[in-house]
Design a protein around this ligand. Structure first.
Ligand code: SAH
Ligand code: SF4
Length: 419
């Protein structure tokens, strides 16, 4: 959307209060993401009163929820534009309609439609790029709103992805992150004999230095992909593999379609083919009905796998999903207590994941000077660890060799050893 605005001749203004157009791209994954947006909308009432020409729009996942659109139209009269996740390409027409006729535009589609290629893009970075390879999700985990807000799984054609990456390589990009809710399902909807493992190999052949991807679903992560990860030099030895819970009954009620044991088997397979791999995860605590014993199974799994990082969440009911109707007798205090115990454990994993690199030389893609100390440079290692280091001759976008001298919970320190 930033690319569309740029092509239309708009300039970016970081201050919403003085902007001609304010467009809120929203997330619906948890209640607090939505609450933030309601707060921002409230704060925009005043600037809109002072500037009647201001256009306020809201798009993304929240408008894909019917109850959100009802509330928007009822309580936030100053909103001019509401659209969802399936018609982003129509943004120029929406803006034209509003600026020329001052009409309110509300267009939320409940069907996905085709993938629109070649929309203009603005990239936030000149050496790292994010690339969507598929949209939507067919998994229907019982807590999750994504299948409703993003629609069915649709993969981009491999040739479009490969040519986009080739173009980035030519422009000097070093790292790509392939994006999808379940990248391991890539290609299944296209009805061709070409899956995520094949895509990794073809992208490795483009000459890009580093490939990373997110997110993987443990059930769909197949051997072919794991072998490709091990064999392709550019695929970074790091995997984010959300487990959500370590208890089989909870996993079943979440509709995750794997067990604790099957998850651990996948981890063992990953470690067989990529011995040095670092593994991170997502975990939800206090899923409706989760008992203390079931929660302890999650703590045990964290210990057993040795995660080197985790995003941890308290379950948040999402209207319209099956789990929102399940009884959840835990108090807020009990939920937070579980989260704190889990975070304590996952933080140990962060630290251990850094300590294992002490004395080793790692390759760091340089992001720029460190925020806290401008004499240091900072970047990510191949295992996706933050590394602050004393530079020798490091420029932004270079991949340099750094010897690790200190390991902290959130980052590592080191010194560049290149001549
Ligand atoms: N497609 C990815 C991630 C989707 S959302 C996957 O399947 O792994 C990112 C994370 O948000 C999820 O992994 C889950 O841990 C968390 N999440 C999703 N819905 C949630 C909810 N209703 N409450 C709390 N956390 C949730
Ligand atoms: Fe949500 Fe991920 Fe499950 Fe899809 S696979 S329903 S995006 S948690």
């Amino acid at each position: 959307m930033a690319g569309i605005f740029e092509q239309l001749g708009y300039l970016y203004n970081p201050n919403p209060n003085t902007s001609d157009v304010v467009l809120l791209n929203t997330c619906a994954i948890r209640e607090n993401a939505e609450n933030r947006i309601w707060g921002v909308l409230g704060n925009l009432k005043e600037p809109k009163r002072n500037n009647k020409e201001m256009i306020i729009g809201i798009c993304g996942c929240m408008p894909q929820e019917e109850h959100v659109v009802d509330r928007l139209l009822e309580k936030y009269r100053e909103i001019d534009l509401v659209f969802g996740t399936h018609n982003i390409y129509r943004l120029p027409e929406f803006l034209y309609e509003i600026t020329t006729k001052r009409n309110k535009v509300v267009e939320v589609l409940s069907f996905e439609g085709a993938i629109i290629e070649n929309l203009p893009k603005v990239r936030a970075n000149e050496h790292k790029a994010w690339i969507n390879i598929m949209y939507g999700c067919d998994e229907f985990c019982t807590y999750c709103i994504v299948p409703y807000t993003r629609g069915k799984e649709r993969s981009r054609h491999k040739d479009d992805i490969i040519s986009e990456v080739k173009c980035l390589v030519q422009r000097g990009y070093k790292e790509i992150t392939l994006l999808g809710q379940n990248v391991n399902a890539y290609g299944k909807d296209l009805g061709i004999d070409y899956t995520f493992g094949d895509l990794l190999r073809d992208l490795d052949a483009t000459g890009i230095a580093r490939i990373h991807f997110t997110t993987s679903h443990p059930r769909d992560l197949d051997l072919k992909t794991i072998i490709a990860m091990g064999e392709c030099k550019s695929v970074m030895p790091n995997l984010h593999l959300p487990v959500q819970s370590g208890d089989n009954e909870v996993l079943k009620r979440m509709n995750r379609k794997y067990t604790h044991e099957e998850y651990v088997e996948k981890i063992n397979l990953l470690r067989k083919y990529i011995p040095d791999i670092s593994i991170t995860t997502d975990i939800i605590v206090a899923f409706p009905g989760e008992t203390e014993e079931q929660f302890v199974h999650t703590l045990e799994l964290v210990e057993e796998v040795g995660f080197e990082g985790a995003f941890t969440f308290i379950y948040s009911p999402r209207e319209g999903t099956p789990a929102a109707t399940y009884p959840n007798p835990l108090t807020e205090e009990e939920k937070h207590e579980r989260l704190n115990r889990l975070v304590e454990k996952t933080n140990e994993g962060y630290l251990k994941g850094h300590q294992r690199f002490l004395g080793r030389v790692v390759k760091v893609l340089v992001d720029g000077p460190s925020k806290n100390n401008p004499n240091l440079m900072t970047g990510y290692s191949e295992h996706r660890k933050v590394v602050n280091f004393i530079p020798a001759n490091a420029n932004v976008g270079d991949i340099v060799n750094v010897r690790i001298t200190e390991a902290k919970t959130w980052f590592m320190n080191g010194e560049q050893i290149d001549e």
